[in-house]
Design a protein around this ligand. Structure first.
Ligand SMILES: Cc1cc2nc3c(=O)[nH]c(=O)nc-3n(C[C@H](O)[C@H](O)[C@H](O)COP(=O)(O)O)c2cc1C
Length: 184
């Protein structure tokens, strides 16, 4: 029987760079609920250059650091809002960097959970993103589904989650991710 890992590391990627982002609020609440023996790091995708193939010839430190962080992860959690009924350009840019052969894509085979919040409704963005995660050969954690629409009343003015129902769902996702990560 395969033994469970004791040094689990989960990496979060936030698809919004907004200071008081609802999506960062979801990740922060997820982190808060993790047991103390699980390491959590949020990736910094804010300073990545726009991807072009020429820029692959000389990778910036931000790209290399992101790749190393993802390599060290047992599982990834992505939280993204819906922008014009899709996911955000900053997230797409990060995934394009991470998908390239020059980086020997560190995403392949990793479990990934997809959650998000938006001020009106959310769903189509996640459908689009699921196709990309499939292309990257990631293992999607499908339940619980966490798509927080009408987010305005569910977070305080600093982006902290205040909705008990969503907190409970994040707790269920945390249990699932801890289980899956320990088996990596
Ligand atoms: C360019 C842009 C497009 C947006 N499109 C949508 C949309 O399609 N559906 C929606 O519910 N909200 C939309 N919004 C509003 C976002 O849901 C809202 O800004 C949300 O707070 C973003 O998440 P964040 O708080 O994590 O930054 C859009 C916002 C921007 C800036």
């Amino acid at each position: 029987m395969q033994s469970l890992k004791s040094d689990v590391h989960i990496v979060g990627i936030c698809g919004s760079l907004r200071k008081y982002s609802y999506n960062r609020g979801l990740l922060q609440e997820f982190k808060k609920q993790l047991p103390s023996n699980i390491k959590y790091t949020e990736a910094d995708i804010s300073e990545l250059p726009f991807f072009t193939e020429e820029r692959e010839q000389s990778l910036t430190e931000t790209v290399v650091k992101l790749k190393q962080l993802i390599e060290s992860a047992d599982a990834i959690i992505i939280s993204t809002p819906e922008y014009n009924m899709s996911y955000t350009a900053v997230l797409k840019n990060a995934l394009e960097w991470l998908s390239r052969r020059t980086l020997q894509t560190p995403l392949a085979g990793k479990p990934v959970a997809l959650i998000g919040a938006a001020s009106i409704q959310i769903g189509v963005s996640h459908s689009h993103l699921r196709d990309v995660l499939y292309a990257l050969n990631m293992k999607l954690i499908n339940r619980p589904i966490i798509q927080v629409g009408n987010a305005g009343g569910k977070f305080d003015e600093k982006g902290n989650l205040i909705d008990a129902g969503v907190k409970e769902l994040l707790g269920k996702l945390k249990d699932e991710m801890v289980k899956v990560s320990a088996n990596q």
